[in-house]
Ligand binder design. Sequence first.
Ligand SMILES: Nc1ncnc2c1ncn2[C@@H]1O[C@H](COP(=O)(O)OP(=O)(O)O)[C@@H](O)[C@H]1O
Ligand SMILES: [Mg+2]
Length: 241
Amino acid sequence: MLEIHDLHVAVGDKEILKGVSLTLKQGEVHALMGPNGSGKSTLSYAIMGHPKYTVTKGSISLDGKNVLEMPVNERAKAGLFLSFQYPSEIAGVGLASFLRTAYNERTGSKIGPMEFMKTLYEKMALLKMDKDFAKRNVNVGFSGGEKKRNEILQMAVLSPKYTILDETDSGLDVDSLKIVSEGVNALSGPNMGVLIITHYQRILNYIAPDFVHVLVNGKIVKSGGKELALHIEQHGYDKVV
Ligand SMILES: Nc1ncnc2c1ncn2[C@@H]1O[C@H](COP(=O)(O)OP(=O)(O)O)[C@@H](O)[C@H]1O
Ligand SMILES: [Mg+2]
């Protein structure tokens, strides 16, 4: 499991997370909700190892190993995956070769381009992505929704143990939201733990969470079941605490 204990995270000298504890097991779906600026993305960056986000106190362990001692690539190889809220465009890097390189690193295999295309096209079909995307540079000229779908394609290719989806739902129209959610549902299961970070409960109509946590001002102020998300939708964050 992915265990986060009393995590404090700062950017520069500003403390953003003020003692977050969360345990994510394989096979579970957790939703992390919270108002803008509450620290949701900060948590995801700290888990993945973004150098700007300094862990000042607390621990993160993955299946018993100390994540904080691992460089980012080791975290990814160990099975952590983050779908970015704002995916980057990488000019000059073809999507297919990018994904193949990542796949080979993650799995320790040496699959060649031809063989890999079969796997890639299968995953693209699942997400109803046109094959032409494989020939393009990573995210370059993709629409907001296409970038988000491409994040899930990466997840599909890498089969992580623990996936963090940072507002993957924002910027998606209803049809894309459905496709992305179906993709996540098809790929998750007993071997994957999912942390869905979201501002709205909309995506939770498609991906049913086992647990819902509410982050306000760097602290989890409430945890509960699916009904907590519905309560927030009706009453807003102010009335939660
Ligand atoms: N790289 C950064 N530099 C300065 N401030 C940051 C940085 N990242 C996050 N913050 C600040 O930390 C707070 C939490 O941000 P964030 O984690 O993005 O919130 P959320 O994802 O919940 O909207 C905000 O006040 C934001 O301005
Ligand atoms: Mg965010």
